[in-house]
Every structure is written in structure tokens, then in C-alpha cells.
Design a binder for this molecule. Structure first.
Ligand SMILES: *Cc1c(COP(=O)(O)O)cnc(C)c1O
Length: 400
């Protein structure tokens, strides 16, 4: 049956476009601009109801639009020269220094760069770890992001999945047992093969924080330990949370990956990876052609993402970022209170922006873009999530 009646899209859906083609002949740019403006305005009007995902949608970088009319390509290391000269590396160095301070390190002690996202940072961290501990296994919790398994697989590192505790964090006792077993199986001259631990700082489903200091201590049963903190969504929260989760360099982390489009918010996926400089190789010029040293995974990297992150962080500074995080944490508590009143039985890990509750009817899941796993739904109170949106969600939940 063919149905030619056009209905307005249900709430929660971005209007579908017909299959798009790029034809032989040039298209009319004015018509295409209209189409793209319709798309972006539909996405923007949906944004206040996107509750289930960690991207902060409360940003507007329109003032940087002139940057869309130039190529900025940060080839290789942020600190290295570059034959092309069309880059934003000075801005990138400022972003890396700022986040090194956020992670409680002296910026001079840290190597870092702006990545394509949190996953690239995980791959960089595990590649760095493997150079130091080539015989070690990777230990991560059953709540770790799938990018950890992906990176370990690409690097040929065996992955050991360790159970999480009631809060959703990697269980240190279970890590101790697992790493002790591997020391006995592969002794390596009595020292053990070592352990590469991935601590998740803000797990995907529950926002729980693994305890870096405790995990480093327990993994020592296997020998030397390298800890990578996958802080894609929770690093900046942990940095300012009242309960001070142990996640940063001062707590014993060797490298950290953060996503730029989550808590900070950006119109393109991006991220930052940081590592102790003494664990990263010395720079060497990668090619005469680029004249850049490249310890980065990619050669060409987005100079635009750098400008977006720089601008977002400049606008806030450490003080502004702290105030922002504390506001988001208050909103999470507000969500717990309102969801409790609505009978949705919410749960929340200490100082997390993630609130889990009973999975509601499908239309509510769609309307509010909730993320679900089995009988549980969650929302994440990142920057654009308002109290009035949460009030309206709770009104929907009370409907018979
Ligand atoms: C989002 C996320 C990732 C992946 O980061 P991308 O920026 O999407 O590549 C990894 N780990 C955790 C815990 C995340 O929340």
C-alpha cells in the first residue's frame, strides 16, 4: 500500500529526507542551503529534549564562522613546526596546558594533543602503555566503553574483563585476583608481566568513577602498572566534583583521554589525549616534506576542532568550568528528586550527571531521546538540560 499523506513527524524524530544523490550536473546552491538550514533548525529545536546522551548541546560558535572559510591543519605534534604554516598549534598548546592543569599536572610534564574523539585517545594511551609493558594484559571493567576492546584488539593486547561493584565501578579486589593469576602464569623473571589498567571515569550507563589510586595498588600483583583513564565523559566532572574521585595524574594516572563534544560541547566530535611526557617517545621529524614531528596517531588533524575547544574553554576558564559542573550536578539532583516524586525509582552514583530510572513507554523514550539498557533508562544532565525539561518529562511519566 502506498501512503501519500504527509504527517508531521512524531516528537523525537528529526524529519526524514528522501535518499540523497549527488548528480552529474551541479545543483542549485540556494535550494541546498535552504534544505540544510531546515535540517539544522530541526536539530536545534529537538536539542532541549535530548536527555539521554552525554553531548552538551548548549553552544553557539557562529562567531567563529570565518574559520569555515580557511583550512587549518595541525599536522603532527602541537609543539612541532610545520612546513605548511596553516595551523592553529598555538591554540592547541593552550588547550592541552589548560586540561593538564585540570588533571592536576604541571603542563610542562605533559604531552598531549587534540584528537578526533575519546576513542582515539584510548588507542593512543594503550599504544603508549604497550611500549612500556609489551607482555602485559589490559584490564578493564565490564562497564568499560567498547572502544577499549576495540583499541586492545587493534594493538594485539589481550583484554581481561573485570567485574564491577554495586556502584558500577571496577572492583579493586577482583582486579587484584585477576592480576595475581597472570603474574603466576607469566612470571617474567620474577617481576610479572605487568598490568595495563583502563580506569573508566564516568561509565557510559551509570556514570560511575573507577578509583585510579586503588586500582594501581591492586594491579601491582602482576608487576609494573600503567593506568590509562578513559575520562571521555566524566573527567571534567571528576575534576570539580565535591567528592573528588581519584582520576588524575596526581592520583597515579599515566594517560587520560577526554571527549571534547561531551561535557564541553562542540559542533564536531573531538577530544584531547594527555600523557606523562616521560612515557612518550622523544620527538623526531617524521618527514622532510611536513617538517613536523608526529607522535600523534593521525598526520593531518583538525585545526578547526582546536579553535572550537580553545574558544569554549577560554569563555569559561577554570572558575567558569567549575561553576558549570556544579550547576550540572545540582540539575542531576533535581532530576532525582522529581523522578522520585513521579514514581520512576531513580538511582544516581555519587557526583554523577547520570540518573538511571525505570524504562518508560516507548513514546517517552523517543520523545526525550533516552538511552536504555534492558529495564533501565538514563538521562545525563549536561549543559543544555533544563529543570523545565525535566518537569515536562516527569509530567509525561505520570500519564496513565
Ligand atoms: C563517549 C565515550 C567514549 C568514546 O568517545 P568518543 O569521543 O565517542 O570517541 C569512550 N569512553 C567513554 C566512557 C565514553 O563515554
Amino acid at each position: 500500500m502506498t501512503d501519500t499523506v504527509t504527517t508531521s513527524p512524531a516528537p523525537g524524530t528529526v524529519p526524514q529526507v528522501p535518499e540523497l544523490h549527488i548528480a552529474d550536473a551541479p545543483a542549485d546552491p540556494a535550494a541546498d542551503t535552504t534544505r540544510l538550514l531546515n535540517l539544522t533548525s530541526a536539530l536545534r529545536s529537538e536539542a532541549p529534549r535530548v536527555l539521554g546522551f552525554p553531548g552538551n548541546l548548549d553552544f553557539d560558535f557562529s562567531d567563529l564562522s570565518p574559520a569555515l572559510a580557511v583550512l587549518t591543519n595541525n599536522v603532527g605534534d602541537p609543539t612541532s613546526g610545520d612546513a605548511s604554516g596553516v595551523h592553529t598549534k598555538a591554540y592547541e598548546q593552550a588547550v592541552v596546558r589548560f586540561l593538564a592543569q585540570t588533571a592536576d599536572a604541571r603542563p610542562d610534564d605533559i604531552y598531549g594533543y587534540v584528537t578526533s574523539g575519546g576513542s582515539e585517545g584510548i588507542l593512543f594511551g594503550l599504544a603508549t602503555a604497550r611500549r612500556h609493558l609489551p607482555h602485559a594484559k589490559v584490564y578493564a571493567s565490564d562497564q568499560a566503553h567498547y572502544s577499549v576492546a576495540r583499541a586492545a584488539g587493534l594493538l594485539g593486547l589481550p583484554l581481561v574483563t573485570v567485574p564491577s561493584n554495586d556502584e558500577g565501578a571496577l572492583d579493586p579486589e577482583a582486579l587484584k585476583v585477576a592480576s595475581f593469576v597472570h603474574r603466576r602464569v607469566r612470571p617474567h623473571g620474577g617481576r610479572g608481566p605487568g598490568a595495563i589498567v583502563v580506569a573508566t571515569i564516568g561509565t557510559t550507563m551509570r556514570g560511575a568513577y573507577d578509583d585510579v589510586t586503588e586500582l594501581r595498588k591492586q594491579a601491582a600483583a602482576a608487576g609494573d602498572v600503567y593506568v590509562h583513564a578513559d575520562a571521555a565523559s566524566g573527567g571534567l566532572i571528576a575534576a570539580h566534583a565535591p567528592s573528588a574521585p581519584r582520576w588524575n595524574f596526581a592520583h597515579g594516572t599515566d594517560s587520560i583521554s577526554i571527549s571534547g563534544h561531551k561535557i564541553i560541547g562542540a559542533p564536531v566530535p573531538c577530544g584531547v589525549v594527555l600523557a606523562r611526557k616521560d612515557l612518550v617517545d622523544a620527538p623526531v621529524i617524521a618527514s622532510e616534506y611536513t617538517k613536523a614531528s608526529a607522535r600523534t596517531l593521525g598526520c593531518s588533524r583538525s585545526g578547526l576542532a582546536v579553535l572550537l575547544l580553545w574558544s569554549a574553554l577560554r569563555r569559561q576558564g577554570h572558575t567558569g568550568l567549575r561553576a558549570h559542573i556544579l550547576r550540572c550536578l545540582e540539575t542531576a539532583q533535581y532530576a532525582v528528586d522529581q523522578l522520585t516524586r513521579a514514581g520512576a525509582h531513580p538511582t544516581r552514583t555519587t557526583d554523577s550527571l547520570t540518573v538511571c530510572f525505570e524504562r518508560p513507554a516507548d513514546w517517552i523514550v523517543r520523545k526525550w531521546h533516552l538511552a536504555c539498557e534492558g529495564p533501565t533508562a538514563h538521562l545525563i544532565t549536561v549543559g543544555h538540560v533544563t529543570r523545565s525539561a525535566l518537569d515536562e518529562l516527569c509530567r509525561d511519566l505520570r500519564q496513565p
